[in-house]
Unconditional design. Structure first.
Length: 210
């Protein structure tokens, strides 16, 4: 099963990818992680990426696609994979197709901007150990204090309302058009965000079986 998960920032793609990895026994290929690994390991494409990153520039699509192609050759991807973080644009989707990287399904988690704003506003992380909380959904036992290590809980800059709003604007402008792109190829499957993580997973598994 070769999958892409689409959805706005805060839609729960990362959480669902982790669960689906276990259920389907396939790896999640996170663009950020493999980019860092390729740079660290000094692969030819990693060195190219490093040159752009050192110059403070965005890594071009062809270099990112090259790094993904390298990673997908590894043994753990033989039975499939979940791509996380790419494609973000139509240009990247076209480049993946050109490189012969094809998919069985593209799952879009549908969630309103209002729900995302509420969700992100309540997210907190421990500044010491990085544990995640939510003031409503997963509250700590003591307000502002990490259950695990007693560290202080903070709101990440990424979760500040103005940052969330601009990330959503970028998503609607650059990434959302991918839904039409993959619908034309009969690959798009949409899943309404459910009230629990488990229910959303069940809805995703259901559309994948269909």
């Amino acid at each position: 099963m070769k999958l892409i998960l689409l959805g706005a920032p805060g839609a729960g793609k990362g959480t669902q990818a982790e669960i689906l990895c276990d259920r389907l026994r396939i790896p999640t290929i996170s663009t950020g992680n493999i980019l860092r690994a390729a740079v660290k390991n000094g692969t030819p494409t990693g060195l190219k990426a490093k040159a752009f990153m050192d110059a403070g520039q965005l890594v071009p699509d062809e270099v990112i696609i090259g790094i993904i192609s390298e990673r997908l050759q590894e043994d753990d991807c033989k039975n499939g994979y979940i791509l996380d973080g790419v494609p973000r644009t139509i240009a990247q989707a076209e480049a993946l197709e050109k490189a012969g990287i094809l998919f069985d399904a593209v799952v879009s988690i549908e969630i309103s901007d209002e729900t995302i704003m509420e969700r992100m506003a309540g997210r907190r992380v421990c500044e010491s150990c990085g544990a995640s909380y939510h003031v409503v959904a997963v509250p700590p036992k003591q307000e502002g204090v990490c259950d695990r290590c007693g560290g202080k809980l903070i709101r990440r800059k990424d979760d500040a309302p103005e940052t969330v709003k601009s990330r959503l604007d970028v998503y609607h402008q650059e990434t959302e058009p991918l839904k039409a792109f993959y619908a034309k190829r009969n690959l798009l499957k949409t899943v309404e965000n459910q009230s629990t993580v488990e229910a959303t997973t069940a809805a995703i598994l259901k559309v994948l079986e269909a």
